[in-house]
Design a protein around this ligand. Structure first.
Ligand code: F6P
Length: 323
């Protein structure tokens, strides 16, 4: 089985970017170890604080955030980082070529039940003309990403990674101490009969999503003419991993449940990196109205509606938004 560096070298990825990715993955290996220790390491449960998103911070959120921040800034190739757990961007080397955004621990409420969680990251080019504390550095569309990935802390620790040469899956081999290629070129099947949605929000969705899901639920007896199955892990990283492995549609649509927060998922920390991975595996990713990776962000913590996965199914869903 192949290690990451030769695979990335073969794709022509810049040595500095390879080194940065390896540094991020070294931190994820450490997070993986702490996650696996669970209660034994005293890392479960909540802190007393909330993050900028108004969500309770888990101890592991804070530990993972600190670890990633420290090692990424030490590389010297990063101009600034932006984390879901930080109110503001953190400045790095003014000469750094890259920007890194990350969600240190996606789905962290799953830690309480020993279920799937993960780290999501995205790497963007840094504008040499801007200062490292200028948040506008990050206001680039997802199409500008030079790399994106997630590390899923599950029964095995897995990495999905893209640098724009397809999406590959790797598995952490603790005997060797690194990630080995276990799935070259993920290919999301075009058609699916599986959907992932928090159905408890159904009555708060916009009308197109209501109609689309109502037709899914009618199964063979409705206009879709086939039965669908539902799965919900409540950690985007777990649901998107399933989509990458066997197809499906994952959505967190806009809703009216909380008027201050119509969209749930974060554009820079979740939606853009996942969209890059999904598109590179042959799937598509949209808000229902536009391609997620083409959105020009106006705020580093901006949220967005997400509909992604198997090409034909996402296109069908987008069709309901046009009708
Ligand atoms: O980051 C937010 C998140 O935890 C996602 O990973 C996940 O898809 C979603 O929220 C779960 O939402 P809910 O709590 O509505 O099931």
């Amino acid at each position: 089985m192949r290690r990451i560096s030769p695979v990335l070298q073969q794709d022509g990825v810049e040595p500095e970017l390879i080194a940065l990715l390896k540094t991020i993955l070294a931190a994820c290996r450490e997070i993986s170890f702490r996650v696996s220790q669970g209660e034994l390491a005293g890392v479960l449960g909540s802190t007393l604080g909330e993050n900028i998103q108004g969500e309770t911070q888990k101890k592991l959120d804070v530990i993972a955030n600190e670890l990633l921040k420290e090692v990424i800034l030490e590389t010297g190739v990063v101009k600034a980082i932006s984390s879901e757990e930080e109110d503001h961007i953190v400045a790095g080397n003014p000469q750094g070529k890259y920007l890194v955004t990350f969600d240190p621990l996606d789905g962290s409420s799953n830690t309480d039940i020993n279920s799937l969680i993960g780290t999501i990251f995205s790497i963007l080019p840094a504008d040499p003309a801007k200062a490292p504390d200028d948040a506008s550095l990050f206001l680039q569309p997802g199409t500008a990403q030079v790399a994106a990935g997630y590390v899923l802390y599950g029964p095995s620790t897995m990495l999905a990674l893209t640098t724009g040469h397809g999406t590959r899956l790797y598995t952490l081999d603790n005997t060797y101490g690194g990630f080995l290629l276990t799935g070259d070129q993920a290919a999301i099947p075009k058609y699916t009969t599986e959907f992932a949605l928090n159905m408890s929000n159904q009555r708060f969705w916009q009308e197109p999503m209501q109609r689309y899901v109502a037709d899914l639920l009618l199964g063979k007896t409705g206009p879709r003419g086939k039965n669908f199955n539902m799965r919900w892990i409540a950690a985007m990283v777990g649901d998107v991993h399933r989509v990458l492995c066997r197809g499906g549609i994952f959505a967190y649509p806009r809703d009216t449940k909380d008027s201050t927060k119509p969209d749930k998922l974060r554009l820079m920390y979740e939606a853009n990196p996942m969209s890059f991975l999904v598109e590179q595996a042959g799937g598509i990713s949209s808000t229902g109205y536009e391609r997620i990776m083409e959105i020009i962000p106006t705020d580093i913590h901006q949220r967005v509606a997400v509909i992604l996965g198997s090409k034909h199914e996402v296109e069908t869903c987008i069709g309901y938004h046009k009708a």
